[in-house]
Design a protein around this ligand. Structure first.
Ligand code: DGJ
Length: 737
């Protein structure tokens, strides 16, 4: 049993693989938080309050503000509301008909559910024993339900909130976050992720000051600037040691996540749907559900936290139909031909990769309507007769005959003003009446909060999927949502727009992804502009960045792996000089780095050398050999090019019998240091064979020696030459006994 309630002390103990989460109901009925961290017993933790302030419940008088004394402002809270002495960030605020924003939610009842209730209309984690805690407003018939889910085999706890209006009046939600958590300590560092186009996934570690530090998105796309993820880590926490407490929202639209260091030695984490430009009318009898937040804890550093997220998402979140199977290994047409995707250019590219092991050809942007560049045609999902006079069938047949699967690109949520769709339905685009819609990449966003617009999209995309033998879809989303205005909503509901956008997106995904269960979907948003757990629920992999430069990719993939498993991170080997950076890196390096994810290729194969073409065969075979590590393995990050001249990671199988170490020296320097890297995660007592393909190396070492003495990166090539910049070193490690 993962969830235990002690009726005498009114303490709840929620237990995951290596974690405990403890809170109790005090004598006034308020749920007070006691602990989240490494697994402990079912101790009575009331002493943690009593030591400093006596009996918290007696000292506290809810409903009164205590100047300098105990009040809601010093509770460690499971829910937090304004107007009763709480001055920290609140998790809920309701505007009632009288104009009052005062509520006081106290324990009413609870249920322990063996089946996790579904979260209607939004993606969430599957399974797990769940506590539903119902709180009643002391001042009205409003209810709040707090949900907590734990799992025996991963160290995460899922949290979300429902607000139920049991009054007979409408209420306006001004804020409804997914969770609040008061963590012991006021001297943590905060880890967040900065994103920008072609520079996604940059980890930022900052000491937290007193006050509030917040990351948010207002663009209805989750990762254009920051990720819906943060971690509270100890001052001395490293990749391998120390405490790391993560928060990640299963949400794709505008969110906020906040860390607030208070004055009493606690740090509050809270967040959910961004309450900037948000209100929600909750009619009498209605319930509002927030997205789910996934909290993870590890005492094994940032790496330990990442591995908890990776396991949790692979087991309980990512589309079950595809998550634990080899992903398609694609050749994508975008960087090969961009919008010039005519059959005469595609066929030679396909011909070249026959027999290499690449198993899927993906036709990217440019195949439909008048879409010969980014100026027109978006939204017109009919095959262009100009480009494909005989339809897609001949190309699809060609691909299938070559033994490959066929994939195709859509950007379902968008429209070019120069398109038949826009000419027919200008009002379907998001815009404020009598104004010109804000254009970006020459396109505007369709108002998918509207059922009629969603119906059009589903039918237009489905028609292509029905009429052609399509195995794979890349779903792109190339700009942010701006005006936050829907012509279909009354004035009082306009600030519901960005959350309704998320709900519209999930409805589209439900209908298209589940309507074509055999099709593998890849997410994309001008690179990694919408890389979040909600998208992973539908699409088992997401294109991490439009930047395919191998050096940049070591950074982008490193940062993305803080929360997301390698199998979810889509990575391609491309041509050099690289199209984003003009940098030239070795062909082998590009593949070695792309192999640390859902790998593929994106280049004009008619322009590479016969040697490189031959090398693709070896690369694909090597990837197939390590694919189980990408799919189910444990990732240990060792070095990163943000603060080192080296990049290095180990990926180890769960049973520790097999591992792959990939390292890269960024810049080659003469007379360089004798660099060692220290793989992690092996069985210290086991004997391993360590091979390196370039140097004909074959060592027999214990796990302890490999991890503690380290592996040496040679200064020269096998031929004795200087290796040049961006040389990778890959070590194959197999247990001998
Ligand atoms: C942005 C994506 O990230 C690219 O891979 C490509 O699909 C283009 N859009 C197509 O317009």
């Amino acid at each position: 049993m993962a969830i235990y309630f002690n009726p005498e002390t009114k303490f709840f103990y929620l237990e995951g693989k290596n974690i405990s989460y403890v809170f109790g109901i005090n004598r006034t009925g308020f749920p007070e938080h006691y602990y989240f961290g490494t697994r402990i017993g079912r101790d009575d933790l009331a002493y943690t309050y009593e030591a400093n302030i006596g009996d918290s419940a007696e000292a506290a008088v809810p409903g009164k503000v205590h100047a300098g004394g105990l009040s809601y402002n010093v509770y460690r809270s499971e829910i937090s509301f304004f107007g009763n002495g709480e001055f920290r960030e609140c998790s809920i605020q309701l505007l009632q008909k009288s104009g009052s924003r005062l509520n006081e939610f106290l324990y009413e009842t609870h249920e322990i559910l063996s089946e996790k209730p579904a979260l209607a209309g939004m993606p969430s984690m599957r399974g797990g024993e769940t506590l539903k805690l119902t709180l009643k407003d002391k001042l009205s018939e409003m209810r709040v339900h707090l949900f907590y889910t734990v799992y025996d085999d991963v160290s995460v706890i899922c949290r979300r909130m429902e607000v139920e209006n049991r009054t007979d009046e409408d209420v306006k939600l001004l804020r409804a976050y997914s969770f609040v958590l008061d963590v012991v300590g006021s001297d943590h560092d905060l880890l967040t992720i900065e994103n920008a186009w072609a520079r996604e996934g940059k980890p930022e570690r900052t000491p937290l000051p007193h006050g509030i530090v917040c990351v948010d998105e207002k663009s209805a796309s989750s990762t254009r600037r920051h990720s819906p993820a943060m971690a509270l880590i100890g001052k001395h926490t490293t990749e391998d040691f120390g405490s790391a407490l993560g928060v990640n929202l299963i949400y794709s639209a505008s969110y906020t996540l906040k860390a607030e260091v208070g004055t009493k030695g606690y740090t509050r984490l809270t967040g959910g749907i961004n309450d900037f430009d948000f209100t929600w009318e909750l009619g009498a009898g209605e319930t509002f559900a927030t997205p789910e937040a996934v909290l993870a804890y590890s005492a094994e550093g940032i790496g330990g936290m990442s591995r908890e997220y990776h396991d949790a998402y692979r087991k309980y979140l990512i589309n079950e139909r595809f998550v634990n199977k080899p992903h398609p290994l694609v050749i994508n047409s975008w960087e090969a031909v961009y919008f010039g995707c005519t059959p005469d250019r595609l066929i030679p590219i396909i011909d070249k990769v026959r027999g290499t092991g690449i198993d899927t050809f993906v036709l990217d942007d440019g195949w439909f309507g008048s879409r010969r560049n980014d100026r027109s045609g978006l939204g017109d999902w009919t095959v262009s007769p100009e480009v494909f006079p005989d339809g897609l069938k001949p190309v699809i047949d060609y691909v299938h005959d070559a033994g490959m699967k066929f994939g195709i690109w859509f950007e379902p949520e968008m429209v070019n003003p120069d398109s038949d769709l826009y000419r027919a339905h200008p009002d379907w685009a998001i815009s404020v009446p009598d104004t010109t819609p804000c254009v970006s990449r020459r396109q505007v966003v369709l108002d998918i909060t509207r059922a009629d617009v969603r119906d059009y999209i589903v039918e237009a995309v489905s028609k292509i999927l029905r009429e052609n033998e399509i195995d794979y879809v890349k779903w792109d989303f190339n700009r942010a949502v701006t005006e936050n205005f829907s012509r279909a909503l009354p004035a009082g509901k306009q600030q519901e727009m960005h959350h309704r956008y998320a709900l519209g997106l999930y409805d589209l995904c439900e209908r298209l992804v589940n309507g074509f269960p055999h099709i593998f979907f890849e997410g994309c948003a001008g690179g990694g502009g919408r890389f979040d757990p909600a998208i992973l629920y539908y699409f088992p992999q997401i294109w991490a960045s439009d930047d395919t430069d191998a050096y940049m990719r070591t950074q982008i993939q490193y940062g993305t792996s803080l929360f997301y498993p390698l199998s979810a991170i889509s990575c391609h080997t491309s041509i050099c000089p690289n199209h984003q950076t003009e940098r030239t890196t070795p062909f082998t390096t590009r593949a070695d780095i792309a192999h640390l994810g859902a790998t593929g290729y994106e280049l004009d194969t008619t322009k590479i050398t016969p040697e490189e073409l031959e090398e693709i065969k070896t690369q694909v075979a090597e990837y197939r050999d390590m694919e189980d590590l990408v799919l189910y393995g444990d990732l240990y990050r060792m070095e990163n090019t943000f603060d080192s001249n080296y990049f290095a990671v180990t990926v180890v199988s769960k049973d520790k019998s097999k591992a792959k170490v990939t390292a890269m020296r960024a810049l080659c320097r003469p007379n360089d240091e004798h660099k060692r890297i220290f793989p992690r995660g092996l069985d210290a007592d086991a004997l391993y064979e360590v091979k390196n393909r370039d140097y004909g190396l074959c060592l027999h070492l214990t796990g302890a020696a490999i991890m503690n003495v380290g592996l040496v990166l040679p200064l020269k090539t096998a031929e004795g030459k200087m290796p040049g910049d961006f040389k990778t070193f890959v070590f194959d490690i197999r247990m001998e006994r």
